[in-house]
Design a protein around this ligand. Structure first.
Ligand SMILES: Cc1ncc(COP(=O)(O)O)c(C=O)c1O
Length: 409
């Protein structure tokens, strides 16, 4: 059954607001963060209004309720991501999840000379931690380039880089190109070569129901705010074997078993990596987001989002002076369309579009090496989500055409 987009839109209060002097908001910056349905807002408000207390400590009624809500959120999310609560560590998002792998796992399990594979398609969140670790530990970083003619990773170089690699870090779906990488193939090849695998699923989790157990990766990093959840929360999914091998990254309260002035011992499982007062309301909101998505057919969600990206990419290609990046002919991929005009500066174009009510992104999208590979320093980017409509996509194309005719020289 196709998505009932009208019904979905009515769940998101912000979508009815006006911007830019009374224009209807057309929100097309979903790869940066998605809007939140009323149910997520209500879940967080209800926690603050009725049950706010710290978790895991006191025995009073509110503390017990807050603990139950927080740990139930872990259960809901573990179920949504096809794993168990023992394999889900709450983080502030994908960035912290990847840093947790770098500092919690790689730092204590890799030694000087060991190789980590990353790709030219990575977000900075999956580049910079590895560079810092390489400096500290003398780890070798092997980079898989992108074939910019075909917008795909060079799988021959990937295969040739595998011998001796201890960890492969790869983005599931590019936040710049919307291209999805051949993740099952990458995982199989890495596993055959004896390497662990980390998947950056920041852009994939919003429109695929990821199943951690079936995927076969060792680590998956996810942000809640890109899939209808609040900001400041995400998770790292990790196998039990890897969790056993990990050392604490942040330390302090809530992650210990015992502390004396000489020495501390640590809690086991996810709690070992969740030091301090956790993100309680955010975890509850993240679980409410998974519950919201669980009412939808995620194949239809993907089909809808991808369809809008394909339609938009196809139409704006014919606008004078526009170059579109990424292959939008395939069904795999996300709702992202990156493009540039040959004479209107990306930021000016974004302002002209904003004046028409269209929220889109400009810049390097925290993926400077990828943009370098394409020989550009920034792009304009629209990114669709489940509440966007074909009318919005068409209105975007029309307004872009108008702006280009007026200012494109
Ligand atoms: C592919 C990818 N990885 C990582 C991140 C970082 O996510 P966060 O800022 O939520 O930690 C993003 C955010 O845009 C992303 O698109």
């Amino acid at each position: 059954m196709p998505l009932d987009v009208d019904a979905i839109r009515s769940d998101f209060p912000i979508l009815s607001r006006k911007v830019s002097g009374g224009k209807d908001l057309v929100y097309l910056d979903n790869a940066a963060t998605t809007q939140k349905p009323q149910s997520v807002i209500d879940a967080m408000t209800s926690y603050y209004e009725q049950s706010n207390a710290n978790v895991h400590r006191a025995v009073h009624t509110l503390a017990a309720e807050a603990t139950e809500m927080y740990e139930n959120a872990r259960n809901t999310l573990a179920d949504w991501f096809g794993t168990t609560r023992d394999n889900l560590i709450f983080t502030s998002g994908t960035t912290e999840a990847i840093n947790l792998v770098a500092w919690g796992w790689a730092r204590s399990n890799l030694k000087s000379g060991d190789a980590v594979i990353i790709t030219e398609m990575e977000h900075h969140a999956d580049i910079v931690p590895w560079q810092l670790l390489a400096e500290e530990k003398g780890i070798e970083i092997r980079v898989i380039p992108i074939n910019t003619e075909k917008d795909i990773l060079d799988m021959d170089i990937f295969e040739a880089s595998l011998p001796g690699a201890k960890l492969v870090c790869v983005v599931h779906t590019s936040n710049v190109l919307g291209v999805a990488n051949p993740i099952p193939e990458i995982i199989n090849m890495a596993k055959d070569a004896g390497s662990k695998v980390l998947i950056d699923a920041a852009q994939a989790a919003p429109h695929h129901r990821l199943n951690f157990s079936n995927l076969g990766a060792d680590f998956v990093a996810i942000s809640g705010h890109k899939m209808c959840g609040p900001t400041g929360i995400g998770c790292l999914l990790a196998t039990s074997e890897c969790i056993e091998q990990m050392e604490p990254f942040m330390s302090g309260g809530d992650m210990i078993e015992t502390v004396t002035m000489e020495k501390s011992t640590f809690a086991s499982g996810p709690q070992k990596f969740e030091a301090g007062t956790p993100k309680i309301a955010e975890a509850i909101g993240f679980a409410a987001a998974a519950e919201y998505l669980s009412k939808l057919d995620m194949d239809e969600v993907h089909h809808h989002i991808r369809g809008l990206a394909k339609l938009t990419a196809e139409k704006i290609k014919s606008v004078q002076g526009i170059t579109v990046y990424g292959d939008h002919s395939v069904d795999e991929g996300s709702g992202v369309v990156s493009f540039l005009h040959d004479s209107i500066h990306a930021e000016d174009l974004a302002r002209f579009m904003d004046a028409g009510g269209f929220a889109m992104r400009t810049g390097h999208h925290c993926a400077q090496p990828l943009l370098d590979a394409y020989g550009v320093s920034s792009t304009n980017r629209v990114s669709f989500y489940l509440y966007n409509t074909e009318d919005e996509a068409n209105a975007f194309v029309d307004h872009l055409r108008y702006v280009v005719e007026k200012f494109g020289g």
